[in-house]
Design a protein around this ligand. Structure first.
Ligand code: NAD
Ligand code: DAU
Length: 365
């Protein structure tokens, strides 16, 4: 996707954390395509969710540097900020899956809280070196920090009180509070974005949309939690990247910006839409129509009923709106998973099967 151009006379020096994950790699690709003079350094621990293949095409570029490392490693972060003269941090690195946070919350506290603290503290110490260079710490967060909405509640605004319900969202909420406090206490220019559910290419197979898409292609059951009536607001990942770009150029330090697609869909309706699209686009399906694979399974504990984003602030103050409809975005996404079996097939590893068995039991094998 080509950027609408922002006047940006000086090349930037960015550190992108979590740049080998789903949104981070889409953003890194987007940035490298549109800002070829910028220096881009990616720091990623390559957990199960990070995949160096997502950035393989960038390796040969002079102004791109990939570092495998942990955001909790303070000496490494200090060294990178200094030697690379970083003035913009775009912080994606996180443990991001709610179900994994229920099975094993420890890593969420470590990466999301301690890792964000480590980055903020390193950036604070580094700040005097780059204070004149338009510095920014962009903390990429989630709408899940606001908790759950009832069917008739108005969507989340930036004024909605935080009420996280899972270890994942609680750890993200804590990291948001840390980012906010570094602005108010130390005048470090932090900006927080709270985005709704993303979907698109390079999405790890265990999240709802890629999971359903791949299971349809394999003829496996499609596990829908509870009654399938939970609502999510879906945003195509490149629209999120464009929103973050807009915030980098026009966002005001100390502010929060909600980002959403204005596309609320019930899970069961979304799964049925996906079934219809895959049935249409794929020629050799083991089970057709694929809707017959839908299997209702035990609900996720503490499952938030509904998320919805009011994105008025980013629209009116910064001029961003989503550009891809759910129908269009889902078709692009299905097409990508059809064309990129070589990307996702190796990810269905033994480790993935162990996780799958632990989460779903025997009901959907
Ligand atoms: P992801 O799980 O696909 O990727 C996370 C990346 O972070 C991986 O590459 C992983 O290797 C890396 N990482 C994890 N722990 C690390 C550590 N300790 N040090 C360095 N790297 C580490 O996540 P995603 O879905 O791309 O989400 C990216 C960010 O956006 C997260 O902060 C998430 O909370 C936020 N977010 C996600 C969504 C969504 O729908 N996926 C929506 C709103 C906000
Ligand atoms: O809202 C933003 C959040 O969206 C991000 O902060 C998270 O990082 C991201 O993972 C996503 O969280 P969700 O929990 O909403 O996404 P997930 O894909 O896990 O689930 C989407 C919905 O689908 C949710 O209501 C649970 C349901 N679901 C999920 C899975 C994996 C099922 O019904 N069956 C499943 O097998």
């Amino acid at each position: 996707m080509v950027s609408e151009s922002f006047p940006d006379p000086h090349p930037r020096r960015l550190l992108i954390t979590g740049g080998a994950g789903f949104i981070g790699s889409n953003f890194t690709q987007y940035w490298c395509e549109n800002y070829q003079s910028d220096r881009v350094v990616v720091l990623d621990a390559l957990t199960y969710a990070g995949n160096p293949q997502n950035l393989a095409n960038l390796k040969a570029r002079d102004n791109f540097h990939f570092v495998r490392g942990n955001i909790c490693d303070r000496p490494l972060v200090d060294e990178l900020l200094k030697t690379e003269a970083i003035e913009t941090i775009v912080h994606f690195a996180a443990e991001s899956h709610v179900d994994r946070s229920i099975l094993a919350p420890d890593a969420f506290i470590q990466t999301n809280l301690v890792g964000t603290f480590t980055l903020l503290e390193a950036f604070r110490r580094h700040f005097p070196r780059i204070a004149e260079n338009n510095p920014l710490f962009l903390h990429v967060s989630t709408d899940e920090v606001y908790g759950s909405l009832n069917p008739d509640d108005p969507p989340f605004t930036e004024m909605t009180p935080y009420a996280p319900n899972s270890p994942y969202s609680a750890s993200k909420a804590g990291s948001d509070h840390l980012a906010r406090s570094y602005f108010h206490t130390y005048q470090i220019p932090t900006v927080i974005t709270n985005c709704s559910n993303n979907y698109g290419s390079y999405h790890f197979p265990e999240k709802l949309i890629p999971l359903m898409c791949i299971n349809i292609l394999l003829g496996k059951p499609l596990p829908v939690y509870g009654d399938g009536q939970n609502v999510r607001d879906w945003l195509y990942v490149l629209d999120h990247c464009r929103a973050l770009e807009t915030v980098i150029h026009r966002g005001k330090p100390g502010e929060m910006y909600n980002i959403g697609g204005n596309h609320e869909v019930k899970n069961i309706d979304l799964v049925k839409m996906l079934c219809a699209i895959v049935d249409e686009l794929a020629s050799d399906l083991p089970v057709r129509p694929s809707e017959q694979l839908i299997t209702f399974v035990k609900d996720r504990p503490g499952h938030d009923r509904r998320y919805a984003i009011d994105a008025t602030k980013i629209k009116t103050e910064l001029g961003w709106t989503p550009s891809v409809t759910v129908e269009e975005g889902l078709r692009k996404t299905v097409r990508w998973y059809l064309d990129n079996r070589h990307w996702w097939q190796p990810l269905l590893s033994e480790e993935y099967q162990t996780y799958y068995q632990k989460l779903y039991g025997n009901s959907v094998l």
